[in-house]
Design a protein around this ligand. Sequence first.
Ligand SMILES: Cc1cc2nc3c(=O)[nH]c(=O)nc-3n(C[C@H](O)[C@H](O)[C@H](O)COP(=O)(O)OP(=O)(O)OC[C@H]3O[C@@H](n4cnc5c(N)ncnc54)[C@H](O)[C@@H]3O)c2cc1C
Length: 442
Amino acid sequence: MNRQYTESKKFTSFDKSFSSNIIFSEPDKYKLLEEVSYKSGNIINMGSNLSYSPLGFFKNSLSVNIKSFNRVLEFDRIKKTITVEAGLTLIELLDFTLKHNLWIPQLPGYPTITIGGAVAANSHGKSCATHGTIRKSIKSILLFHKNHGWLNLSENENKEIFELTIGGLGLTGTIVSVTFNLADIKNSNFITQKEKVNSINESKKIILEDCKDLPYIYSWNRADNIKSFGKGIVYKNYIDETPNTFKNFQKVKSNFRPFFLPLWNKYSIKIVNFFYLKLNQSSKTRQKENFLKVIFPFYGNESYFNFFGKKGFIESQLLIDEKKLDAFIDEFKTLFNKYEPTITLFSLKNMSGEKKFLRFEDNKICITFDYINNEKNLLFMSKVDGLYNKYDILPSIIKDSRISKETFRNSYKEEFLSFKEKLKNFDNKRIYQSEVSNRLEI
Ligand SMILES: Cc1cc2nc3c(=O)[nH]c(=O)nc-3n(C[C@H](O)[C@H](O)[C@H](O)COP(=O)(O)OP(=O)(O)OC[C@H]3O[C@@H](n4cnc5c(N)ncnc54)[C@H](O)[C@@H]3O)c2cc1C
């Protein structure tokens, strides 16, 4: 291995639950990408390493980071298509497209996520009931694979590998560039409306029935104590219809640096949630909000993550059929009463899509919980895992770094087997592997 282009580094997952020493390379030319790949045994791709679980690295393996490949390669205003290199970040993409009143609406919630990372995770945004996942905007992909070389992927070319690559967690090779179909957006500001709710049932009714045609609708609910469980706010965002001239976003430094001592505990989260709810109830129920605040709410608010301290947190994101939600929440509350977990965030939104391969996608409700990473919470979460089969729940392996091989296989069932078989047919040496793919034996 040419030492000049690789170095040893320690990487930690975003949720802080996992660290590894790895070999790291950031090629800045396609020739170098080929060279470092040809000279390595196991490889995995890395974007901004913002996946909560360790998807972009593997002990003693090569992580190829292609953040230097961040150019806009082609843009067609008439056809509304753009080809960008996979190391481009979402905020860089938006800085370019919003000037033309165009964008992709499936934007995951942090602006420095890369295009490659978003595609490999089949990311979704707040409007995933209307717009689905990023898969819906992808026209074609240019992939580099150590053994197969350069491959064009689309519905018409190498369709099977195209399908495996979207949401394929970087296991099919390196996504070098992506062509997107862009959608119109009239304005880069939003109007936000807030509605107070007293229960999960009420949140569900507003999201699924009263406002089911509204693309941007989701809830924040309390889960810091059983008495207030479910109380919260439903947020409705509308794109402002008045035309505006877009100016590049003001960037802030992504300050992800965990505090030495954790600040989140069952008392602090209860106090913060109490005041957050009060503040939201008393502030204007309808107000103008800028794009970054609505689409990337943690940008500039990284303290939420830093407050977990060095041990970090675990996020559990689940897809569940709306008809099964009430019974699941009842059982969840029974377990909550018994095990008293500390939950810092609880949120609900609707999603549309198709359950396929490893993708976190379906016509279901998406529930998110953030937990402090401690023994008590891990025990509670293992009890909740026990409900997945009964309620046909799909957990996200991008978010939850704790999921066992058994839980994963029982949830992803034949979709996992089909992914694994097709991947093995494509790459019988299984060159591209991460800590997660190794743990789950994908
Ligand atoms: C604050 C925050 C909010 C988030 N909100 C959302 C959300 O709303 N919705 C959502 O879906 N997700 C969300 N995410 C998760 C995020 O979208 C995914 O984890 C995404 O994959 C991270 O991209 P990344 O550039 O950091 O990639 P990494 O974390 O470095 O890598 C993620 C995966 O992509 C693969 N990969 C990366 N680059 C390439 C490439 N060029 N070629 C092939 N494979 C590649 C890696 O191998 C790995 O499997 C959020 C994350 C954070 C930190």
